[in-house]
Write a protein that binds this ligand. Sequence first.
Ligand SMILES: [Zn+2]
Length: 286
Amino acid sequence: MSAGGQTPSPTPPAAAPRRAGPGSALQRMEKGAIRQVVAIGSGKGGVGKSSVTVSLAGELLRRGHSVGILDADVGGSSIPKLVGAKGPLLDRGEGIEPAVTAGGLRLVASQFLVEEEETPVVWRGPLVTRLIMQFYGGVNWGTLDYLLVDMAPGTSDVPLTVFQTLPLDGMLFIVSPQELATLIVKKAMNMARDLHVPLLGVVENLAYLACPHCGKEVEPFGPSRAKTLAEEYAIPVVARLPIDPAVSTRGDAGTLLDYSSPALTQLGDGFLSALSEAKKRELTVL
Ligand SMILES: [Zn+2]
């Protein structure tokens, strides 16, 4: 039994009918055996979105859930490095097999399609759309409790395609204190809202530093503005995560999936409760 009351089910529910985005010629794809599909985005880069995605995946795995990550951060794909996974992706004629890490995370990433880790993937428009649809519908994900979709920041082709084609249960926004000063994230939040993607909540990353001497929380960027932002959209602050040197060292070593901390436990609990709250809100609207 998980903290959020979500129990893995052997029989996934049928795909819920979803509204298509305005003016969209694209069809949302079927849910299949994936129970919950959640997009993770940010207003801009450098807020630690991919680290938070991996940390969340780790928390869900430790609660006994089956978890996949679709790394759709085309051009900035960093999940493989953080979890120590390597390509190439294999297709034996029956669909693409996701990479599977030691902890059991299933993963596909655009980085797996290029030979050198340093080679940037520059894909736009229709190619981005095809890649994301392939990574969702053409992969043998199997039965998953949660598929986390790590998106490119902002309002580019990647989030647009994800919002229009994937059967999303919601979207989680990662912000940093510096970004909260500019509120660029609101553009991404408004885009999701306009395309009828349920907004799950905000995760404030790099929010504070725990004093190594007394454990007191120091806020180098001043008091948090995450609560004000979340209130404006009537969504929760899912978690406030500290600047944690272990996250960087674990990420560099490819072992971030195995790392936990009280703040990351809070992230896991907060995510599960935000998702179930969003479901209740949607049922009320329908
Ligand atoms: Zn102190």
